[in-house]
Design a protein around this ligand. Structure first.
Ligand code: SF4
Ligand code: SF4
Ligand code: SF4
Length: 302
């Protein structure tokens, strides 16, 4: 059997196996984990000054646009609301911190690294994974580009490289997983000059947030966004106003496996026999890998 054929069968089998643990991971046994011991970040929007240094640090750490720090001092970006993209994993937006629109505050957005991520349960090939440290990681090698994760995410975070015709990937904040594993803070947290971002164990951050609210009841509303939303998130927020005035959506406390179940049930509608589907997925993965390998070879030749 030639190696291409062997690889194809391996990939088909891998994709078949990947379907079941992926859904189960996100909706059953993994729920027993104590998320309080995982890493998280508390974003205090009342302290953030909108300097955008976190955007630069993220750009730099992930080799995105490689623009100098000075280019992130441009405050004209606050004229419109921005969303994270495939070229910018985090963005800072301005919002009115009072109902009369006078005082301004800022909010940094990125992947929330949900405790029970809808993107993970939507991904039928296991390309997305909730790591034991807290981050939701992405494996481009496994990704088949179906973009179910984009549909499932309640925060509209995963971004697809539509401009990359040859080797598109899903891009989002990585929570600087490699840095965390070396005992370092995420790049954005390390650079924040105002300590608007606090990195630590999720349980400790919740206690810190509760204490800040108790000590400063006039400064914060009594709500830690992300403590309970969609089952809790690794990134959590404090704000001086109702979160409806920020960029964070109003969401239920329960995880939202319904969205991912809808996606997966949709796949099985239309009488596509599962084994045939897995075969197709394996073929898609094989074809993608071949393209990537050919691309790599081409790159090496140039
Ligand atoms: S915010 Fe979206 S992309 Fe990030 S972990 Fe949650 S569901 Fe996944
Ligand atoms: S696009 Fe990639 S990461 Fe997203 S659900 Fe599909 S296979 Fe998973
Ligand atoms: S670096 Fe800190 S203070 Fe500056 S915009 Fe980012 S979160 Fe806000």
């Amino acid at each position: 059997m030639n190696s291409s054929r062997r690889n194809f069968l391996k990939l088909t089998a891998a994709s078949t196996l990947a379907v079941f643990p992926t859904s189960a991971d996100a909706s059953s046994g993994e729920n027993a984990r104590n998320f309080d011991d995982q890493f998280g970040v508390l974003v205090d929007t009342a302290v953030c000054v909108g300097c955008r240094k976190c955007e630069w640090a993220c750009d730099n750490a992930n080799s995105l646009s490689d623009q100098p720090l000075s280019s992130f001092e441009d405050k004209s970006v606050f004229v419109s609301r921005r969303r994270p993209t495939d070229q910018r994993y985090t963005v800072v937006n301005q919002f009115a911190s009072t109902n009369d629109n006078q005082k301004k505050n800022y909010i940094k957005l990125q992947c929330m690294h949900c405790n029970e991520p809808a993107c993970v349960s939507a991904c039928i090939v296991g390309a997305l994974k909730k790591e034991p440290e807290g981050p939701v990681s992405y494996d481009a090698w496994k990704c088949i580009g179906c973009r179910y994760c984009m549909v499932a995410c309640p925060f509209q975070i995963p971004a697809y490289e539509y401009d990359n015709a040859l080797d598109p990937e899903v891009r989002k904040c990585t929570f600087c997983l490699e840095k965390l594993r070396k005992g370092e803070k995420p790049a954005c947290v390390a650079i924040c000059p105002n300590e608007a971002l606090t990195f630590g164990k999720r349980g400790d951050l919740i206690k810190m947030a509760q204490s800040r609210i108790a000590l400063n009841p006039d400064r914060y509303i009594d709500h830690i966004y992300g403590q309970h939303e969609v089952g809790g998130t690794s990134w959590m927020y404090l704000a001086p106003v109702d979160f409806a005035l920020t960029d964070l959506p109003k969401l239920p406390d329960n995880p939202i496996p319904q969205a991912t179940e809808t996606i997966q049930h949709g796949i099985f509608k239309g009488f596509i026999p599962p084994l045939a589907l897995y075969g197709l997925l394996g073929l898609a993965m094989y074809s993608l890998r071949q393209r990537k390998q050919n691309g790599d070879s081409d790159d090496e030749r140039h």
